[in-house]
Design a protein around this ligand. Structure first.
Ligand code: FEO
Length: 396
């Protein structure tokens, strides 16, 4: 049993998953994750907020037993993704009187994904306040963090925002509240980069909506929770802002060394001028680290050789990711090599279709880079530095 008390009558009853390695069979989880669920006792009723991934149902049930929960009146479901909703059917089997409180869209998705019967639901509206016993619950729709149906709950008397995925981190630690701020910051940034970054625009609106609320605790559904909400609110405000940092991210791959030499020369030239550059060898890099670098960087330069008339598949993957994550980057370019032909640069450009910044002329070498190619790389680096300097939307 590992129930954690937040305040009188308010408990965390979810489950850590220390050894989970991947999410969505895609996102690496170097620190595992947690599925936080919360139990609130008012002066008469019992309310469960979210559940856990189905692989951890037993743990949730043990936690409820440890608190001698004999009856659940309401089960608030913020998000239909199964890491929070997947144990709802088991909870409803054990506590058949529980009403599932959620918005209309989430209700539909819970029926679709989990076949929960229609009569189990009570739909709540955006902004609705509901008094249950001596506590007031305010429900707020927060679509696109990161699914379209997500909502959050504000517990007014205790000033706790139950934010579900919003502000979360894939970080399995035994402490309830954030202790190691540096680690928590990096984990939350990784989570933002991989999951929330494509939705920067709606997230900005959500941050504005909660800006004047009195919040003492942000209780997320992943990772340690925040008893200093400004810590994570300030971080999010910076990440979603339109202002990029003068930094160059270089995801690259090389087969026979030509692209490798070009990347090295390009990176060295930037470094000599004290301009921040972050190369990522795509054969070994953790894509989460690459995504984190994309949160702030003004510039991305993809390095790739030509394979079967196009970019190396690992560079295709990186370009696809950079396009899908919709970072705030302002400038992009390509460096690389070819043996006898192909349309590698155009294929990369086509992949970056959501990028609406400025493309800088690529530097492409035929075979081993020549002295002229190395000079062109220096010119590309100089141009990037100049374009960043004083550019609107890039930090000065
Ligand atoms: Fe943690 Fe979107 O589920």
């Amino acid at each position: 049993m590992a129930v954690k008390k937040i305040k009188e009558g308010i408990f965390e009853v979810g489950a850590p998953h220390y050894d989970r390695e991947l999410f969505d069979e895609l996102i690496p989880l170097p620190d595992g994750t947690t599925y936080n669920a919360y139990l609130i006792r008012t002066d008469g009723e019992t309310i469960l907020l979210d559940t856990v991934d189905p692989v951890k149902t037993e743990r949730l049930m043990k936690n409820l037993d440890a608190l001698d929960v004999e009856n659940i009146d309401y089960l608030i479901s913020h998000h239909a993704e199964q890491d929070h909703s997947g144990s709802i059917p088991a909870v409803l089997d054990k506590y058949p009187e529980a009403k599932v409180l959620t918005n209309k869209k989430c209700k539909g998705m819970l029926i679709d994904h989990l076949e929960i019967p229609e009569d189990k639901f009570q739909v709540v509206e955006d902004g609705e306040e509901m008094t249950i016993g001596d506590k007031t619950f305010k429900f707020m729709d927060m679509p696109w963090v990161h699914w379209p149906e997500t909502m959050v709950t504000y517990l007014e008397e205790d000033k706790i925002l139950f934010s579900c995925d919003f502000f979360g981190s894939h970080l399995a630690v035994s402490n309830l509240f954030v202790k190691d701020k540096k680690k928590a910051y990096l984990s939350a940034k990784r989570y933002y980069a991989e999951i929330m970054m494509p939705f920067r625009t709606p997230i900005k609106g959500h941050l504005e909506r909660i800006d004047d609320m009195e919040i003492d605790i942000i209780a997320t559904s992943h990772g340690p929770i925040y008893d200093e909400p400004e810590f994570i609110l300030d971080a999010y405000k910076e990440w979603v802002s339109d202002t990029a940092k003068p930094e160059v991210v270089v995801p690259y791959v090389s087969m026979h060394g030509s692209t490798d030499k070009m990347v090295e020369h390009f990176v060295d030239h930037l470094t000599e001028q004290d301009f921040k550059v972050m190369p990522f060898n795509l054969t070994t890099t953790d894509l989460g680290e690459l995504a984190m670098a994309l949160v702030d960087a003004s510039t991305v330069v993809i390095g790739t050789p030509t394979v079967l008339a196009g970019p190396h598949p690992k560079a295709v993957n990186a370009a696809y990711l950079a396009n899908a994550l919709r970072p705030k980057m302002k400038f992009a370019s390509i460096i690389g090599s070819y043996g006898w032909g192909g349309r590698m640069p155009q294929t990369i450009k086509d992949l970056l279709k959501s990028f609406n910044g400025e493309f800088i002329e690529p530097v492409i070498a035929r075979g081993h880079p020549s002295e002229d190619d190395f000079k062109s790389l220096e010119e590309l680096a100089d141009k990037i530095i100049k374009m960043n300097d004083g550019s609107e939307g890039v930090e000065g």
